[in-house]
Every structure is written in structure tokens, then in C-alpha cells.
Design a protein around this ligand. Structure first.
Ligand SMILES: CSC[C@@H](O)[C@@H](O)C(=O)COP(=O)(O)O
Ligand SMILES: [Zn+2]
Length: 216
């Protein structure tokens, strides 16, 4: 399906959803110093061809302007004429869409996701034991254990892509970049938001539990 075949209505719906999520996360202080990026996929999907709307690079994401988003293709190239630059991390979104066929990807930097990524860097994953909120990931087993993958954070974004490919676990809708932030995804914006919120809750819980165990 070419970009032109995707209805204007679907494109506008994606932009409206991105605007709402961006405002909500900004109000939570989740875009410190222009960090973070958001995307929503539009049109049909095959791993070889897809399109998505993504935040433009380097913007103050707490502001709403007419130049906040643009559409790109599966290679991260603009799908229409624009002077906007897609997020510097667009290739990570491309890889997550290619692997999952998901509908939305949200990336935020928070103090808890940074701290936890460094604390558990040696084991390359955050262990989570029996926390109720993993049900947000559709994991319903009693006292289930999960490991949330952590990958290296290189300045050269294309180097991060194969890390994401090899760390990807279809049961866990998120990957942490070391001392950087989390990528969370879902079938649509509602699910990606639910996953991101669950991850952030879990990171704070695990961090505080580790402190408590040490008498802090
Ligand atoms: C300004 S620090 C954050 C950036 O380096 C990057 O990690 C980030 O999340 C935002 O980049 P962007 O190109 O605006 O999508
Ligand atoms: Zn980032």
C-alpha cells in the first residue's frame, strides 16, 4: 500500500492521537529537555512496507505546534514533502514495527528507567517477580517472573538497531536503552500507553524494593 492510498481520515486520526498522548506525557514531565519520541502507524502492514507518523526531532515536546509530526516510511524516510526532520531515533521505531507489526510506539526518558537500567546492566534485564501490573502486558500467571531487556545505548543510532533485534522478546512489549530510556509499544495508542505506564510503575517499584532490601 502506498502512502497516497492511506485515507486522509486515518492520517488525521493518528495525528490527533499523537497530539493527545504528547500533551498528557508532557504534563507528567516525561519529555525533559526535548527528550522522548512518539509514533503511530497508519495503513496496511507488511514487514517490508509500512508508514507511521512520528514526532519531529529536537522539538520542545511540551509545546503544541503545527510542525510537531511528520509521516515516514519503513526506512524512516519522509513519506511526503516536508522541511521537518523525523526523530533522531526513527530507525528504532522502524525496527520495532518491522519485528512486531504493532500500531504505536512511545519512548520516554525518566529518572527511574535510567537508574534501573544501570543498576541491572550486568544482567542485561530488569527482573520482575509477581508484580500485579504485569497483567497490563497480558501475563496472567500467578506470581509470574519476567525479565525486561536492557540494551546498549550507542550515540550512533543504527548501531542500536541490531541490539533491539536480538533483545526482542514477543511477550514483553518494551526494551530499555541503558541510561537512556524505554521504548514501549502496543497494538494501538491505548495499549502502548498502558504498557508504558505499567513499565514505569514497575521500575519505580523495583528500584524502591531494592533500596528497602538494603535498609534504605
Ligand atoms: C535531548 S536528549 C534526547 C535525545 O538525544 C533522544 O534520545 C530523544 O529521545 C529525542 O530525540 P528526538 O530526535 O527529538 O526524537
Ligand atoms: Zn531518547
Amino acid at each position: 500500500m502506498s502512502f497516497l492510498d492511506i485515507s486522509l481520515e486515518e492520517k488525521q486520526k493518528a495525528l490527533a492521537e499523537l497530539r493527545d498522548v504528547k500533551q498528557l506525557f508532557a504534563d507528567r514531565g516525561w519529555f525533559a529537555g526535548t527528550s522522548g519520541n512518539l509514533s503511530i502507524r497508519v495503513g496496511d502492514f507488511t514487514p517490508e512496507q509500512f508508514h507511521f507518523a512520528i514526532t519531529a526531532s529536537g522539538k520542545d515536546k511540551s509545546m503544541q505546534t503545527p510542525e510537531d509530526f511528520l509521516f515516514v516510511d519503513q526506512q524512516g524516510k519522509p513519506a511526503e514533502t516536508t522541511r521537518l526532520k523525523p526523530s533522531a531515533e526513527t530507525l528504532i521505531h522502524c525496527e520495532i514495527y518491522r519485528l512486531t507489526g504493532c500500531g504505536a510506539i512511545f519512548h520516554v526518558h525518566t529518572v527511574f528507567n535510567n537508574l534501573i537500567s544501570e543498576y541491572f546492566w550486568d544482567r542485561k534485564s530488569v527482573p520482575v517477580d509477581g508484580v500485579e501490573l504485569i497483567k497490563a502486558f497480558n501475563i496472567w500467571d500467578e506470581e509470574a517472573h519476567i525479565d525486561i531487556p536492557i540494551v546498549s545505548n550507542y550515540a550512533d543510532i543504527p548501531r542500536i538497531v541490531p541490539e533491539v533485534t536480538s533483545a526482542f522478546n514477543p511477550q514483553i512489549p518494551g526494551i530499555i536503552l541503558r541510561k537512556h530510556g524505554i521504548y514501549a509499544w502496543g497494538a494501538n495508542a491505548f495499549e502502548a500507553k498502558r504498557h508504558l505506564e505499567a513499565f514505569e510503575f514497575i521500575f519505580e517499584y523495583v528500584y524502591r524494593w531494592e533500596l528497602l532490601k538494603r535498609g534504605g
